[in-house]
Design a protein around this ligand. Sequence first.
Ligand code: SME
Length: 154
Amino acid sequence: MTKDEQYRQALLAVRSLVEDESDEIAVMASVVCELHHRFERFHWTGFYRVTAPGVLTVGPYQGGHGCARIPFDRGVCGKAAREEATQVVADVRDLPYHIACSSTTRSEIVVPVHDRAGRLIAVLDVDSDEPAAFDGTDQRGLEEICRLVGSRLG
Ligand code: SME
């Protein structure tokens, strides 16, 4: 199956999971579970929620323990939140500001999530132990899924 097809199927599954749900934690927990178990190269999949101005707090996730809080001025997640733009990192070892929750992480993608009012409410963070695991197809697919998540919230 092509990566495009994987994301087409993931979007259909996520749409079905969230169509009647508006609780933030329930939506996020279902989406993380679906993505983490659908994509084998996703070794950590989780949301960091905006819980105070300039502060991300870990939300639903799958994989090893994730750090609890990330200020907007730190890490790849903080950069995604500050810039409200997706970050695709081919090799985290090239980024001095990368926060390593696992020593085996090699690549990462972080996607901002906006609610119905357009407010930044979270970022979706996906780590892989494979180098350069994420490309434009992942970015488009995960951004579409994050738009769907955000459309249910706020
Ligand atoms: N790598 C992230 C931190 C979250 S742990 O990977 C789950 C960052 O640099 O912001």
